[in-house]
Design a protein around this ligand. Structure first.
Ligand SMILES: [Ca+2]
Length: 354
């Protein structure tokens, strides 16, 4: 009902009628290379890399401008959440139990990924759990529309998304799928693990050996691809993600907390700010000091290690990396696996009880 009300008095029946017809009547060929300079240049570039012109022409011709995608980008500057609020979103019991079930269903793939890439099943499952609830919510935007819209209508990030659009067309072509049939997030992240096209091209693997790298519908390929992504970004087999620590009531101003860089502060320096690890770590160890706000007055300290940094390569947020880690721990708990080496202090304690 909305369209007719909105358009009443602004053009009458003809306009309202157009809006009720399928989208192609309104906006097809927004990016037809014959008329759109940016699309034409992209076509030339990809044709130069060996993709048939007709195929490219048809793919770009099919793309539709989506104002909603630009609006979503605007809205994406997330409200700053406290750690406990952020954690609450991802640590729901259902996400934990579904994670354990997901591992059980694909146990062979998880085991193989751990052997090959060194990444524990629970970490891979937690990534897929946080991203898409184990493949249940993979996004409802046509990727070709989102990426064409962002590539050519987002001044600040257009060149980044133009690269993603090119990578998207290359993958679709390689995998012999119709690009118009693929859906993802408004920013073009796709499939079980929400890989953007450039990551898809670089890190997706054909983990069930059927000749396709399919992250859209194949959980086994997704499991191997997340493992490969982590291995390629420096995941250290068997090392903890973080250590528990204790410190003053409020985070000392002289320490730079929560940076998603390689471990950057030596324990000896943290000691001067009265932040001490609860695990036994060498004084020269560099860490990422984390101060997590658990309510308006309370803080929790942790020390991120190299593997914590690696998780932030998936999403550049310390809250994201911590949520993935805690979800992984909760899944491991549910599967009654211990000692589980994600936290150094936890595994130390458990070692004593063996
Ligand atoms: Ca495959």
């Amino acid at each position: 009902m909305k369209p007719s009300r909105k358009w009443k008095g602004a053009g009458g029946a003809a306009v309202a009628l157009t809006l009720w017809l399928p989208a192609l009547a309104v906006s097809a060929a927004d990016f037809a290379p014959a008329e759109h300079e940016g699309a034409r240049q992209l076509l030339e570039e990809l044709a130069g890399r060996g993709i048939e012109r007709d195929w490219l022409e048809a793919a770009l011709q099919d793309a539709v401008f989506q104002q909603g995608v630009l609006d979503a980008m605007e809205g994406a500057a997330e409200r700053r959440l406290r750690w406990d609020e952020y954690r609450e979103i991802f640590l729901q019991p259902e996400r934990v139990s579904r994670g354990a079930a997901f591992i059980e269903t694909h146990e062979e793939a998880f085991r193989r990924a751990q052997a090959e890439f060194g990444v524990p099943p629970e970490i891979i499952a937690a990534i897929i759990g946080v991203e898409t609830s184990y493949g249940r919510f993979t996004g409802r935007h046509r990727v070709i529309d989102s990426l064409a819209t962002l590539a050519f209508h987002h001044p600040a990030r257009g060149s980044f998304f133009r690269g993603e659009l090119a990578a998207f067309l290359e993958i679709s072509h390689e995998q012999q799928v119709d690009p118009g049939s693929l859906e993802g997030s408004y920013a073009g992240a796709m499939g079980y693990p929400q890989f953007i096209p450039s990551s898809y091209r670089a890190y997706a693997v054909d983990f069930d050996d059927d000749g396709q790298r399919d992250l859209w519908t194949n959980p086994v390929d997704a499991i191997g691809s997340v493992g490969n992504y982590f291995a390629e970004h420096g995941w250290r087999r068997g090392e903890p993600v973080y250590s528990e620590a204790e410190g003053p009531g409020t985070p000392p101003g002289q320490v730079e907390f929560n940076q998603t860089r390689r471990p950057y502060l030596a324990l000896s320096e943290l000691e001067r700010a009265e932040i001490e690890p609860l695990a036994e770590l060498d004084d020269s160890t560099a860490v990422i000091p984390l101060a997590l706000e658990v309510d308006d007055t309370q803080w929790r300290y942790r020390l991120g290690h190299e593997n914590f940094y690696v998780i932030t390569r998936y999403n550049h947020s310390h809250l994201y990396a911590m949520a993935v880690t805690e979800l992984a721990e909760a899944i491991a708990d549910l599967r009654e696996l211990d000692p589980f080496p994600l936290s150094a202090s936890a595994s130390d304690e458990q070692e004593g009880s063996l």
